[in-house]
Design a protein around this ligand. Structure first.
Ligand SMILES: [Zn+2]
Length: 198
């Protein structure tokens, strides 16, 4: 079937179109279900449609798919970040919080924070040592606090909103502390080489 449905694809994260695969199924509850594939990345989805004429999408399953860590993410935290993203995609928000906190712990250790300190003290060390700014320290503290809730709290389980926010913060933390500095170091080293050759 050639009919196209436009969506924001949760897999390839772009506005794209779906092509219907096979015939729609109409259930007793008058919902219409249709399998469709993304024209950009070929991921398949189950769509719940309002009516067969307009094909308006009511729901798309799965709603979210696990993202991928940035390719320049350092190896020692890449698997943990992938796991945090996987946890989020299956709505395991406490686990997302725990994984985000674990990434932060590893980054603190990697940047030389004293092991005798707790995570709060280690984050403060990174700021004192000039590795992170005051603002990034706030991001790290937010990840630490939500991660604590994810690990220990019955009263404050991590919500979708919190998990989404700290995942973004931890990704930004990695971006600033590792990825961006790697890119700038590369540019500086190449420019220095050129200068020396003049
Ligand atoms: Zn796609």
């Amino acid at each position: 079937m050639a009919s196209l449905l436009s969506i924001y694809c949760p897999k390839c994260e772009q506005h794209t179109e779906l092509s219907r695969r096979g015939s729609p199924v109409i259930t007793n509850s008058s919902s219409i279900y249709q399998i469709a594939g993304c024209n950009a990345c070929a991921q398949h989805f189950l769509l719940e449609l309002r009516d067969i004429g307009t094909l308006k999408i009511v729901e798309i399953h799965p709603k979210a798919l696990a993202g991928k860590p940035h390719p320049e993410t350092p190896d020692f935290i890449k698997a943990d970040l992938k796991e945090a993203l996987d946890c989020f995609s299956v709505a395991a928000y406490n686990a997302t919080g725990v994984m985000a906190r674990r990434i932060l712990e590893k980054c603190c250790k990697d940047k030389g924070a004293p092991e005798k300190e707790n995570l709060r003290g280690q984050i403060a060390f990174l700021q004192k040592d000039g590795i992170i700014t005051k603002d990034i320290k706030k991001w790290a503290d937010a990840v630490r606090l939500v991660g604590n809730d994810g690990a220990h709290s019955n009263e404050h389980p991590v919500t979708h909103k919190d998990a989404e926010a700290i995942l973004e913060l931890v990704k930004q933390f990695i971006q600033v502390v590792y990825i961006t500095s790697k890119i700038s170091e590369k540019i500086i080293s190449e420019s220095t080489k050129k200068e020396n050759n003049k």
